[in-house]
Design a protein. Structure first.
Length: 250
């Protein structure tokens, strides 16, 4: 991948907790127009890696670049305001607020106007259209007035992505967005990711291997904090090392 296509890059990232090496000299590139999946068994280092890339925790060594800037020491909110969106394994919505209000709050976090204390949030010229556009793109425009707590599980996951989109990111870090979904909800989410990748770089951490091989353009496989493979899906599927370590092949 050419350097001008890379939106997020991790270089030789390592994270230690005492004698435990959770992530060991991992390098990864995310480019616009692709879904890059990271797979591995529990404890492989996937969540630690995504937490480092998002700024939630700092690396012990290595660097993170976002849109050409070294953001290794940037806080998570600063990275979010600079084009990075993140979803979590657990729902992080406000269940008593409507779908629209959830999206508007996310948009307001990016376009804060503390000096305009007299301006009612529902009249904000920036956050209101951003919230509408995000909900529509995530397929939730028919549920704008519905309390988020009344959405189905799959719709709640869509709402989390809509809240990310409301912050106008160029990079999306998605941690198990398909967890707990049925077949129909999974199909809807994969269709959404396929549409979003045309204008975003997407990192997908996921345990649903059927879904990963359907949607991913590249797959990085982690074992015990290290990368054992990074390639196109078919090359990863046929790798003897990957089959032995993770996919259960012979």
């Amino acid at each position: 991948m050419r350097d001008d296509q890379v939106l997020l890059r991790g270089r030789e990232i390592t994270r230690r907790w005492g004698g435990l090496v959770a992530v060991d000299t991992v390098s990864i590139d995310l480019g616009r127009g692709e879904v890059h999946a990271v797979i591995g068994t529990n404890g492989a280092g996937k969540s630690t890696l995504i937490n480092i890339l998002s700024g939630e925790i700092a690396p012990s060594s290595g660097t993170v670049e976002l849109l050409g800037h070294d953001v290794t020491r940037w806080t998570q909110p600063r990275r979010a305001r600079s084009g990075l969106g993140r979803s979590y394994q657990r729902n992080t919505i406000f269940p008593s607020f409507t779908v629209f209000e959830n999206c508007r709050l996310a948009a307001q976090a990016r376009t804060q106007k503390p000096w305009a204390w007299w301006l009612a949030a529902e009249h904000c010229a920036d956050s209101v259209p951003a919230a509408h556009a995000a909900a529509q793109r995530a397929g939730l425009d028919a549920f704008l007035s519905r309390p988020a707590g009344l959405l189905s599980h799959g719709q709640k996951r869509q709402l989390e992505i809509a809240m990310c989109l409301a912050t106008a990111p160029q990079v999306l870090l998605l941690d198990e967005p398909l967890a707990g979904m049925g077949a129909e909800e999974t199909d809807r989410m994969l269709a959404l990711l396929a549409e979003l990748k045309t204008s975003h770089a997407i990192l997908l951490v996921e345990h649903d291997m059927d879904a990963v091989f359907r949607i991913a353009d590249r797959i990085t496989v982690m074992v015990n904090g290290s990368v054992i493979a990074c390639d196109a899906p078919e090359a990863v599927r046929s790798s003897p090392a990957v089959q032995a370590a993770y996919l259960g092949g012979h």
